[in-house]
Design a protein around this ligand. Structure first.
Ligand SMILES: Nc1ncnc2c1ncn2[C@@H]1O[C@H](COP(=O)(O)OP(=O)(O)OP(=O)(O)O)[C@@H](O)[C@H]1O
Length: 254
């Protein structure tokens, strides 16, 4: 059985079907791409998977458990984590605090311990800090742990977003255009990082990305959406040569 099973997923906004009858399966530690032209329904699909929207029809099942109708925080706790197209950091907090807050969603101090700052509280704080610094180091952000998030260059803010998503210890990570606005060098570095984190953390990643070279270079399989419908799926090589995809998405350039 797949780790994540999406069956007949549909979302209508009034008369518009933003996502229509979509079926997707993600296996353990797979790196899968999701592409499609503007307005194809990619972000809506992410919003359905992470509980921001309730589907009009269909089901999302993680590890055999149906997630539809669960609030976003419960879905996050079940193991789905995401980044957003627009950076959503706590800009006036430090880099380290941004990660610690994300970790806080999975590790709760016992209220009594934290209120009275008992040894258990400090121990957990220390462990979390150590883990946060280790995560930041993978992304070369440990040296910036004391900086305010808003003072990081754009590419580093994007990387910090991924660190925050990873800090929740997800089974599946959804990355929504992580290379948006990055220069070619930053994009190349990110490509290497995405591969690295998939292997190191052994997690499943679903990647929405406009940068075709990034998608083609890192993913094992790709789903293609158009007008809310899945029009193709396959390996990067199959997608590059798929007639329907070339016509409708790549504009005949492939
Ligand atoms: N909350 C909403 N209310 C009404 N229509 C919406 C809503 N969200 C998305 N849509 C519409 O649904 C369709 C799919 O949009 P969506 O943002 O999911 O596409 P996308 O593939 O992520 O596009 P992009 O690549 O531009 O981000 C579009 O026609 C969009 O206008």
């Amino acid at each position: 059985m797949a780790l994540l099973e999406v069956k007949n997923l549909t979302k209508n906004f009034g008369g518009l079907t933003a996502v229509g009858d979509v079926n997707i399966e993600l296996g353990e530690s797979e790196l899968v791409g999701l592409i499609g032209p503007n307005g194809a329904g990619k972000t809506t699909l992410f919003n359905l998977l992470t509980g921001v929207y309730e589907p009009t029809e269909g089901t999302v099942t993680l590890d055999g458990k149906i997630l539809n109708g669960m609030p976003t925080y419960k879905i996050a706790a079940a193991g789905l984590s995401r980044t957003f197209q627009n950076i959503r950091l706590f800009k006036d907090l430090t880099v380290l605090d941004n990660v610690l807050i994300a970790m806080g969603t999975r590790k709760k101090s016992k209220l009594f311990e934290s209120l009275f700052r008992l040894p258990g509280y400090y121990k957990q704080e220390e462990t979390m800090k150590k883990e946060a610094m280790e995560l930041l180091a993978i992304f070369d952000l440990d040296v910036k742990s004391d900086n305010l998030a808003k003072n990081l260059p754009y590419g580093e803010q994007r990387r910090l977003e991924i660190v925050r998503a990873l800090a929740t210890n997800p089974k599946i990570l959804f990355l929504d255009e992580p290379a948006a606005g990055m220069n070619p060098q930053e994009t190349a570095e990110l490509t290497t990082l995405i591969k690295q984190i998939q292997q190191q953390f052994n997690i499943t990643i679903l990647l929405i990305e406009h940068d075709m070279s990034l998608v083609m270079n890192v993913t094992e399989r790709i789903y293609v959406l158009e007008y809310g419908r899945l029009i193709a799926q396959g390996t990067p090589d199959e997608i590059k040569t798929n007639k329907r995809v070339i016509e409708s998405y790549l504009g005949g350039e492939a």
